[in-house]
Write a new protein. Structure first.
Length: 331
């Protein structure tokens, strides 16, 4: 016969709702009662039903992670920490990969029985945040935000890292500095460009229009921008990239063109992905605590689900320069 929570309650000497709360690790239940319920459940071989819990609590304890920037090598690095943090708090991670951010995608999220959504690839003109807000589905911005809807977020503050990079560039003689930036409709590209320009301006350095290249956050963008820069009569002596993936493309282009890095051109990335420290790459980049930022985004979403009326919170993580081998002195 199927073992039910009623059987567990009878063996543990508690009410049926107490069994449900104890197995969810509800703080309102004493540790002694939780232990008694767990032992009763183990003895009877009782496994809680997700469907039953959803019916009784009105929650599925499932969190969606929406990714639309499928070519960006940055995003696979956030899945594991998101999974572990959510699992530690009794939630499941559901990965949603889409090629676009539109009304259809929003409806899919809303109809999938999720308690909330982590939005990791929003653009400043995204429609998904609007639709989720209108339908009352909690969400948190991770890494990127949208101007359409104010919501909880976990993001990077690029100011300190860009400031440190600008200082080293100046100290090492760089005056011709170029930038390969991400899409103009992403908050990450906008904020990093502003921080870079402000930091360089402090040292009297500006980035002229012909030293700017924009595109998706991928290696092709870095390759194309660097290839163009190196063909100029006066090529830049340093290139600051919107992220490490772009910087990897820049490194490939420079080395394919026979340019020495950092002798002929220095290259700086952003994100400090694990591969940036590989001996064959040794990329100078701007780092921050990515795992902590992912965990904070997950916690913010759970707090929003469990306390809907709490004030909106933005968690900004400080950045710092990590010196390796791709930033040197000008010749």
């Amino acid at each position: 016969m199927t073992v039910t929570s009623r059987d567990v309650a009878q063996l543990a000497g508690v009410s049926q709702p107490t069994v449900s709360r104890a197995l969810r690790d509800d703080p309102r239940v004493s540790e002694a009662t939780k232990e008694r319920v767990r032992k009763a459940a183990e003895r009877l071989g009782y496994v809680p039903s997700d469907a039953g819990r959803a019916l009784s609590s009105g929650r599925t304890r499932r969190i969606g992670l929406l990714l639309t920037d499928l070519e960006n090598q940055f995003y696979p690095h956030i899945i594991a920490p998101a999974f572990h943090q959510l699992e530690s708090r009794g939630y499941q991670l559901m990965l949603h990969t889409e090629a676009a951010d539109n009304d259809v995608v929003a409806e899919r999220l809303i109809s999938n029985g999720l308690d909330g959504v982590l939005l990791a690839t929003s653009t400043i003109d995204s429609v998904v945040p609007l639709r989720l807000r209108d339908r009352g589905l909690p969400f948190v911005y991770f890494n990127r935000t949208s101007t359409a809807v104010q919501a909880d977020s976990a993001v990077v503050d690029p100011a300190q890292g860009m400031g440190e990079a600008a200082q080293v560039l100046f100290d090492r003689g760089h005056r011709r500095v170029a930038a390969i930036l991400g899409p103009a409709n992403t908050s990450t590209a906008i904020n990093r460009e502003i921080a870079l320009r402000d930091a360089l301006a402090h040292h009297g350095i500006s980035i002229p229009a012909h030293y700017v290249h924009r595109g998706p956050f991928d290696t092709a963008t870095g390759h194309a921008g660097t290839e163009r820069f190196l063909k100029m009569p006066e090529p830049p002596t340093a290139i600051v990239c919107g992220n490490d993936v772009v910087a990897f493309g820049a490194l490939n282009a420079a080395r394919s063109a026979g340019a020495d890095v950092p002798g002929d051109v220095s290259i700086v990335g952003f994100d400090d992905l694990p591969s940036a420290s590989w001996p064959i790459i040794r990329l100078t980049t701007i780092a921050y605590d990515l795992d902590a930022m992912v965990r904070r985004a997950a916690d913010l979403l759970i707090e929003r689900i469990e306390s809907p009326g709490r004030p909106v919170e933005e968690s900004a993580f400080q950045s710092r320069l990590v010196m390796r081998d791709t930033l040197g002195r000008t010749r």
